[in-house]
Design a protein around this ligand. Structure first.
Ligand code: TRP
Length: 375
């Protein structure tokens, strides 16, 4: 958990301008070095733009995962989603990357929907609502292109019988003081939340339990989820005779407003996968930018892409080609590209993306059974 002055990063809250270097030191994770990237490239042929652009910037034991892989021991992937509402573009970042890893390494994916967590955490949400969002969000996961037969999506509630047994084994090693220290729980935290971290640790070991032999596990996730791995899963793994799970961590896609990550609670500055394309267009067109007060000033001084959410959208998702991205950056800095045009260009790309995603999402409805596992 990090609550530095200026920014906060916990599994339930991300606020302010995140200093990723500081986070890396505080969480005790390793930066992704050029050397590690070269090692990954040997297996993948190409580097995903999330790696090239250091959107995935931090890790634990990815070198070890590659050692095992090179020794002929394949790993499983594990990631998840807290189904508290509709999926937005920020959620897709780790999923798109996980899809790339599945494809390149032929790995199985275990995908957890924590409908229990979101019900326990949010006063206003009922269990039927979070369970319903597990299915809604699963459509977005499937739309990312995961492989049926190698991808297992489950809701904690509906797969509880399988998960609970492992959660109980984990929970015996976790004390109240540990979860208080790791997650900042207080005396008025409900006991469901206090137990819940054990459930989020379960899928790290699930492939090993299901197959009856130890299987290395790699977790691609945004860095706010790190306390679960550092504080719970990696701590109990040796006690239960499992490998410690490895992690690869991403940064957060910013919202369309001023500062901060994309957040579902600020619907105007978040683009949801179910937004009609013209609604998304309006959101893009009203985005905050790094532009100047007047067009004249902007032509003279240039824009400020480094602090501009619109530029970040190109950087994260909407300008795969490096030349294309550089062009946007340079034209902005030079004052040749004004914010209105830049936003209109982005809106075209966002609409194209959404139209395609929504087609695949609709298609996913027919294939849900091929992906969902339950007791
Ligand atoms: N707790 C996560 C959330 O609120 C959901 C989650 C469960 C998850 N298991 C995970 C996220 C593994 C990343 C990796 O979104």
């Amino acid at each position: 958990m990090s609550s530095e002055p200026g920014f906060t990063v916990t599994p339930w809250e991300v606020r302010g301008e995140v200093d990723y270097e500081k986070l890396l030191r505080e969480f005790g994770t390793d930066p992704i070095t050029d050397e590690l990237l070269e090692r990954i490239r040997k297996h993948t042929g190409e580097l995903h733009l999330f790696l090239r652009r250091r959107i995935f910037f931090s890790h634990r034991d990815v070198d070890w995962i590659l050692n095992r892989y090179e020794a002929g021991e394949p790993f499983a992937l594990y990631t998840g989603r807290g189904p508290s509402g509709h999926t937005h573009l920020g959620h897709l970042v780790p999923w798109i990357f996980t899809r790339y890893l599945q494809q390149k390494f032929g790995a199985e994916l275990y995908f957890q929907m924590t409908d229990d967590e979101k019900f326990l955490h949010d006063e206003r949400l009922t269990l039927p609502e979070t369970m319903g969002y597990s299915y809604e969000n699963a459509l977005d996961v499937i739309a990312c292109g995961f492989e049926p037969g190698k991808t297992f999506i489950f809701s904690d509630i509906e797969y509880g019988k399988t998960l609970y047994r492992i959660a109980v084994e984990i929970s015996k090693h976790i004390t109240l003081s540990t979860v208080k220290a790791v997650f900042g729980f207080e005396n008025d935290t409900n006991v469901g939340m206090i137990f819940f971290p054990c459930l989020q640790a379960v899928p790290c070991f699930l492939p090993s339990v299901l197959k009856g032999r130890n299987i290395p596990c790699l977790i691609p996730a945004a860095i706010d989820q790190d306390p679960y791995w550092r504080g719970i899963a990696r701590f109990v793994a040796p006690k239960l005779g499992f490998y410690k799970p490895a992690q690869i961590h991403s940064k957060f896609l910013p919202g369309l407003g001023r500062g901060g990550k994309m957040s579902a609670s600020e619907a105007e500055t978040a683009i949801f996968t179910v937004d009609p394309p013209d609604v998304a267009e309006k959101k893009v067109m009203s985005a905050y930018t790094g532009g100047r007060a007047t067009a004249e000033e902007q032509r003279k001084l240039g824009g400020q892409p480094d602090i501009c959410p619109v530029y970040h959208y190109y950087y994260y998702l909407f300008a795969e080609d490096e030349k294309d991205l550089t062009q946007v950056y340079q034209d902005c800095r030079a004052g040749a590209l004004l914010c209105g045009d830049c936003k209109a260009n982005l809106a075209v790309r966002v609409k194209r993306f959404l139209t395609e995603h929504q087609r695949r999402r609709l298609d996913a409805k027919k294939n849900l059974d091929k992906f969902m596992v339950r007791d």
